[in-house]
Ligand binder design. Sequence first.
Ligand code: AKB
Length: 316
Amino acid sequence: MNTTKILVVGANGQLGSVLTQALQTKYGIEQVIASDLYQKPDFNGNFEILDGTNFNQLHEIVVRHGITQIYHLAAILSANGEKDPLRTWDINMKALLNVLEVGRIESIDKIFYPSSIAVFGNSAPKGICPQETFLDPSTVYGISKATGENWANYYFNRYGLDVRSLRYPGVIGYQSLPGGGTTDYAIDIFHKAVCDEPYTCFLAKDTRLPMIFMDDAIKATLQLMEAPKESIRTRTSYNLAGLSFTPEEIAAEIKKIIPNFAISYEPDFRQQIAESWPQVIDDKEAKAEWGWQSNYTLKDITETMILKLQEQLTFA
Ligand code: AKB
């Protein structure tokens, strides 16, 4: 009998929506409860309206469904977070602490908590950033993620709660839209390219950032959550790498398929955030401890994004 019952908090988001489908495929549609502030009309499966900052609402859903695992994906990202720093802190921290507390009280088997490359700031090496380094995040989102990593570690050490976490780079996928991050340009650019429209990039052309293709991000998440408990030696959050590129490099790759694609650059406040992040991530601990390996190159990502978005336009 399948006893795993999963709650996804933040199931409407860029990663949450795709991860929910992957979990439904893996565990069966009845074993997954998606939740968010509202239900999307085309959602297929079990859904609960949930504000993660409401402890009682979260607790009631977990008890009623007999939840054994929580994937907590709700957060305000780096760029949007800067518009109202105190609200961002409140939402990001409150929701996480509610999940950890409900996890402790209800003896939840496993919790997934996404962290981000935004935990790194100007004191971390820009070239190749190791797992262990100084964390001085430049955004309130990054501060909340770095603090969240420490809470995850605390709940594991103090209560034995099996919290697992990844420091995601920018995630690129065709299935969903990005939600207010600094790496969003790497998705927006494809939406413009397939519509034969020019793209104005909000980062400078030579801004190199760590990125990962959605399929790789999902694969890493499921692999981490399935790994034997003893092999998870990092209880803050694992560095995770896919690839690194600049806006100029991705534009050149797009032009190989859509030769008329035009790009211009008008860096805004997000440039400063991007410059505070490392350019390349060293994820050797994830590789050694639970066998992580990324699959997608910039060429693969570009070809897949253009093909899938063109299909969506044709069938829209
Ligand atoms: C963002 O840009 O804020 C996110 C992230 C790197 O965590 N995509």
